[in-house]
Design a protein around this ligand. Structure first.
Ligand code: SF4
Length: 509
């Protein structure tokens, strides 16, 4: 018998899933988690659980958490571990904050969706006892320096194109699982968090004369998949650099929702906090680093810097606001002319959209493709505050607009102009794609055998038939509970286990 209950209705969740968990007593079997996993993430029906030795495949995006109406699915709560480390005074606790957290955290405190609460968020972290607060947008600028250099290297040296972005760990795992033939096309440049972490445990630790093992690094993110990313064996480069026993570059990930939970547990009211600034060595990055939170943001940021690298001129106004690729559709594209080079770019969000996009590669040449798993990008990651029953499109749009408005208002718009980035190259990495950059800021990914079958069958997966659930399902019209099986065989006194109504109020679905 399967260890997973009702897999036709619900996503199966393993106990050791680093990102999410299910609280069984709260599950009403409404089927919303399975629906989003099938229709938007395209994992739920693209494998056979019996062939995987009853082990669920999950790319950790947490979109099932976002749609669960009862809170049965939640991200793993790791903030208490940070709290304990702070209380023990055993380590220097450093927090780094991703772009989307500052436009999501306010929701949890009743502010209007998209409220930009950066300074209060930094203040909250200090109140909670964090010693140093840096901004992950600094490392987004670092990612752009490396990723734009990598793109130019691929184009000029006939290396595999298109280059796909790799800062979304859920997308990377999707490729490793279903499309391993694309791995040579995945950017070797690590995500901002995974660049920032080894930089802190090498360059910063040396500057501050701290043993890197005495640093406890907390990434505050909108993303449940980052909880998985930091556990990857590839993300232990600082210990390799120090020729020490392996330890993680980043110690723990806390989502926006967890940060709100932590603040509420400590009776912190976001609105009442004084403003506070980031610590200075790795402060807020450029506008380019900030727009990483939005779908298309990584692409736009990379184009700004690729233009500068190829022309030695600042990007023109139309490249500081690429109207043709801004938007909320799941697949978008544009061509950018730099000198006599035409660069074809595309933006995709939602891994179901990836399955639709990939056949286009056979018809047209693309140079650079950004993929994010979550709808409209990280602003709607699985760790962002939820809005069940509200118009999510509207909320996502407000978060997107808030980030673009901040970018437009900033003097520093481009990663290559960030003085803190100049400093880290001057003092430590030397140049993008230098030997040390490749050691700490780049990585490779690997084929997974989770499917327990030849993944190449999924290279033509767009023609693959959806697996149809075998059992009959009935939905309670009152509470949404899903009954699997033949309801006619149930006794007349059968009642919905959630709301208690009789079987006449169930409808076939
Ligand atoms: Fe995480 Fe962003 Fe990818 Fe969503 S889109 S899984 S939030 S990195």
């Amino acid at each position: 018998m399967s260890k997973h209950l009702s897999v036709d209705v619900r996503v199966p969740v393993e106990e050791d899933n680093p990102s999410i968990k299910r609280i069984e007593s709260l599950c009403i079997q409404c089927g919303k988690c399975q629906e989003v996993c099938r229709k938007e993430i395209s994992v739920g029906h693209h494998y056979d659980l019996s062939k995987t030795m009853d082990t669920a495949i999950c790319i950790h995006c947490g979109q099932c958490v976002n749609v669960c109406p009862t809170g049965a699915l939640v991200e793993k709560q790791d903030w208490m571990k940070v709290h304990d480390v702070i209380q023990s005074h055993s380590k220097k606790v450093i927090a780094i904050t991703s772009p989307s957290v500052r436009v999501g955290l306010g929701d949890a405190f009743g502010l209007e969706a998209g409220s930009y609460v950066e300074k209060k968020m930094v203040s909250a972290l200090r109140e909670l006892g964090v010693d140093v607060v840096f901004d992950t947008t600094f490392a987004a600028d670092l990612t752009i320096m490396e990723e734009a250099s990598e793109l130019i290297d691929r184009i000029t040296n006939n290396k595999p194109l298109p280059q796909f972005t790799s800062c979304c760990p859920a997308w990377v795992k999707f490729v490793e699982t279903y499309y391993p033939s694309l791995l040579p096309n995945i950017s070797s440049s690590k995500s901002p968090i995974s660049m920032m972490a080894p930089t802190i445990k090498t360059w910063y630790a040396k500057r501050e004369n701290i043993d890197p093992k005495d640093i406890y690094l907390v990434a505050i993110t909108p993303c449940t998949a980052k909880k998985f990313e930091i556990t990857r064996s590839e993300m232990k480069d600082a210990s390799l650099y120090h020729d020490d026993e392996a330890y993680p570059d980043c110690d723990i990930v806390v989502t926006t929702k967890e940060l709100a939970n932590w603040m509420k547990a400590e009776n912190l009211d976001l609105e009442k906090l004084e403003d506070s600034e980031y610590d200075s060595l790795m402060p807020r990055g450029s506008g380019a680093g900030l727009i990483f939170g939005n779908t298309g943001g990584v692409m736009e940021a990379a184009v700004r810097t690729a233009y500068f690298m190829l022309t030695e001129k600042q990007p023109p106004e139309n490249l500081l606001e690429m109207k043709e690729i801004r938007g909320l559709e799941g697949i978008r594209e544009a061509s950018v002319t730099i000198n006599d080079l035409t660069v074809n770019v595309a933006i995709v969000y939602g891994t179901e959209n990836v399955r639709k996009f990939l056949p286009l590669l056979k018809e047209k040449h693309y140079d650079f493709v950004e993929v994010m798993t979550c709808p409209k990008g990280c602003i709607s990651g699985g760790g962002q505050p939820k809005h069940i029953g509200e118009d999510m499109n509207e909320i996502q749009k407000k978060r997107v607009d808030s980030i673009y408005q901040k970018d437009a208002s900033m003097k520093l718009r481009c990663s290559h102009d960030n003085p803190a980035i100049h400093q880290v190259y001057k003092e430590f990495y030397d140049l993008p794609l230098s030997e040390l950059s490749k050691k700490l800021l780049h990585t490779t990914y690997h084929v997974r055998d989770d499917l327990n079958e030849d993944p190449s069958i999924y290279d033509t997966v767009c023609e693959t038939e959806e697996v149809i659930p075998t059992s009959t399902r009935y939905k309670c019209s009152i509470c949404g509970y899903i009954y699997e099986g033949d309801l006619a065989l149930e006794k007349d006194d059968f009642v919905c286990p959630i709301c208690g109504v009789g079987k006449d109020l169930f409808e076939k679905c």
